[in-house]
Design a binder for this molecule. Structure first.
Ligand code: TRP
Length: 331
């Protein structure tokens, strides 16, 4: 039996290159070795996205994004979190085993409280229970499907550790391995993708390159990447330039070595370095962009793919919930 890999993407905005290299690609790589269950965490998105039209659009874009990037729904169980009601029963179950103090320590919640303190606001201002209990819902996503590994970015590793703690608390109480304790999987070399300003690429920093940006926009954004003031003739250190770090993500090993030599030799300006980056980025992204547009043009087709995935997922989810109900005396 193959081990199980599971991850979720929150449909709160459009996918960017950081999502692609940090989340989508490593997760798709794992599908060669693992039975994969990948889903759209739409109830997690509801914490912040309150406009229904926007939420539906984000869900479809994320679904089309994964499929365009190569997710094969015949091989991967691909579904929407909201199509699996067992998730919400398991969440309630896990609440009884989750220390409130554990939630107080969650990074996202702590950051929100801290921000309120800095503004002199009430500590709870703008914080809903969805944010506070976010890690419990995420633990339910993970534990429902007997996940062995959870490929995520560094920022999510604390949540996976909380899922481990919660699973262990359940298993300890019933003296049985009712829930599989998952491991976190972080690809160190690709986990951080630099954004236009050199900080980690992130929607919230406004420094992201959208994964499916039309060719013209892609080029324009690449030309906007911040560089130092070294002139054309000066030798440049490739590894300290985000233009080169992004280039590495798209280029072959030979291309990387060749361009690094040109940086170090001097005589190549930032404009040319950026043209090279655009060339390799556009080469990889053009076919993805085309598939993405085709998929989005047929929303009913997307909904069918997700509904079929949910049909495969639900019996697995039901088994987990039934196992727990029985063990707990709720049977
Ligand atoms: N919290 C994750 C994020 O923001 C999304 C997510 C929800 C998730 N449930 C999950 C990731 C379960 C992995 C496993 O990126």
């Amino acid at each position: 039996m193959k081990k199980i890999s599971l991850t979720g993407i929150k449909p709160t905005g459009i996918l960017h290159i950081g999502n692609y290299f940090g989340a989508i690609k490593p997760a798709l790589e794992l599908t060669k070795e693992y039975d994969a269950r990948y889903f759209i965490a739409d109830y997690h998105a509801l914490n912040t996205v309150k406009d229904p039209v926007e939420l539906t659009a984000h869900i479809r874009q994320v679904a089309a994004g994964w499929l365009a990037s190569g997710l094969d729904p015949e091989k991967v169980i691909f579904y929407r979190q909201s199509s699996i009601p067992e998730t919400f029963e398991l969440t309630t179950f896990l609440m009884a085993f989750t220390a409130k103090g554990l939630m107080n320590r969650a990074h996202a919640y702590k950051a929100a409280v801290q921000e309120n303190a800095e503004k002199g606001d009430d500590p709870d201002a703008g914080i809903n229970m969805g944010l506070f209990t976010y890690p419990v819902l995420m633990a339910a996503d993970i534990l429902l499907f007997d996940s062995d590994v959870v490929p995520v970015g560094q920022d999510q590793s604390q949540h996976v550790e909380m899922a481990q703690d919660i699973a262990q608390a359940v298993n300890f109480n019933y003296k049985a391995e009712l829930l599989r304790v998952p491991e976190v999987s972080i690809r160190e070399n690709v986990a951080v993708v630099p954004g236009l300003d050199g900080r980690k690429m992130s929607k919230s920093y406004g420094n992201a390159i959208p994964l499916f940006a039309p060719e013209k926009e892609l080029r324009k954004l690449i030309m906007r990447i911040v560089t130092n003031s070294q002139g054309v003739e000066e030798p440049k250190e490739p590894e300290s330039s985000q233009v080169y770090l992004l280039y590495k993500l798209f280029a072959t090993a030979e291309e990387q070595a060749a361009l690094a030599n040109r940086y170090r030799a001097g005589g190549m300006g930032w404009g040319e370095a950026k043209e090279e980056l655009f060339r390799v980025a556009n080469r990889e992204l053009t076919p993805l962009r085309q598939r993405f547009e085709e998929l989005l043009a047929n929303p009913a087709g997307l909904d069918t793919i997700l509904a079929q995935g949910a049909e495969k997922a639900r019996p697995i989810a039901a088994r987990t919930v039934n196992r727990l109900r029985k063990a707990a005396g709720l049977g």
